[in-house]
Design a protein around this ligand. Structure first.
Ligand code: DC
Length: 226
């Protein structure tokens, strides 16, 4: 199986770029952030105190997360319910960042991620795919962009969905999440040693996709060489 691991901070355009690249390659796209969001949604709905890692860990016994693939891409199932839309709120974003720092939550989602990559050629995006989940991935890319650019993109997305937020608030959230994701004890966000760095600041979407596909093709060609 072939795996393309894409890691990077929130709002670097990972999901859009990864989804498009997967379609171009004929691979499935696995959005692992959606899995953490699904766990977070469960905790929010159940009123579990997210700051209490032990409570969150215990509550995992009531959680079943699965994914399925439809024409419009990946859907996530929480105990059988399709929650793909419900996980896209700022509240779930922030909560996902908190629960993803809990080791038991990472262990809980590990097998699902691995089994998807064992059964399919994948483009998988997240924070620790190249470093922890698929260290054997043939291609590893660390995708990033400046905090201001990432905040601007996220702000435009939220505005398009009719959410009333200010750019300053989004920028603050981006910085706070960067800080949480990079400084946590378990699986902190950092590039794998053999990852190719792709900074998309100032890039149009199509340029980012082309640049990423170029890296993938080059790496796969290198793999073929004896
Ligand atoms: O990519 P995203 O915004 O949907 O991710 C939601 C949160 O989940 C984010 O704060 C970091 C966390 N996450 C993670 O820790 N590991 C992953 N592989 C994917 C996401």
């Amino acid at each position: 199986m072939i795996a393309v691991a894409i890691d990077g901070p929130a709002g670097a355009g990972k999901s859009t770029i990864a989804r498009r690249a997967a379609a171009a390659l004929g691979f499935i796209y696995v959005d692992t952030g959606a899995l953490y969001r699904t766990v977070a949604l469960f905790m929010l709905r159940s009123g579990v105190d997210l700051a209490d890692a032990e409570k969150v860990t215990q509550a995992l016994h009531g959680v079943n997360v699965d994914v399925c693939y439809a024409e419009d891409g990946q859907h996530v199932l929480l105990n059988g319910e399709d929650v793909s839309t419900q996980i896209r709120t700022p509240e779930v974003s922030m909560s996902a960042s908190v629960v993803s720092a809990i080791p038991a939550v990472r262990r809980f989602l590990f097998d699902l991620q691995l089994s998807l990559a064992h059964k399919n050629n994948v483009v998988m995006d997240g924070r620790d795919i190249g470093t922890v989940v698929l260290p054997w991935a043939q291609v590893k890319i660390f995708l990033t962009a400046s905090p201001e650019e990432r905040a601007r993109r996220r702000f435009e997305e939220l505005q398009a969905k009719g959410e009333s937020v200010s750019y300053e608030q989004v920028l603050e959230d981006v910085r706070r999440r960067d800080d949480q994701d990079a400084n946590r004890a378990v699986a902190p966000l950092k590039p794998a040693e053999d990852a190719v760095l792709l900074d998309t600041t100032g890039f149009e979407l199509e340029d980012s996709i082309a640049a990423l596909l170029e890296i993938v093709h080059t790496r796969l060609e290198e793999e073929k060489e004896p």
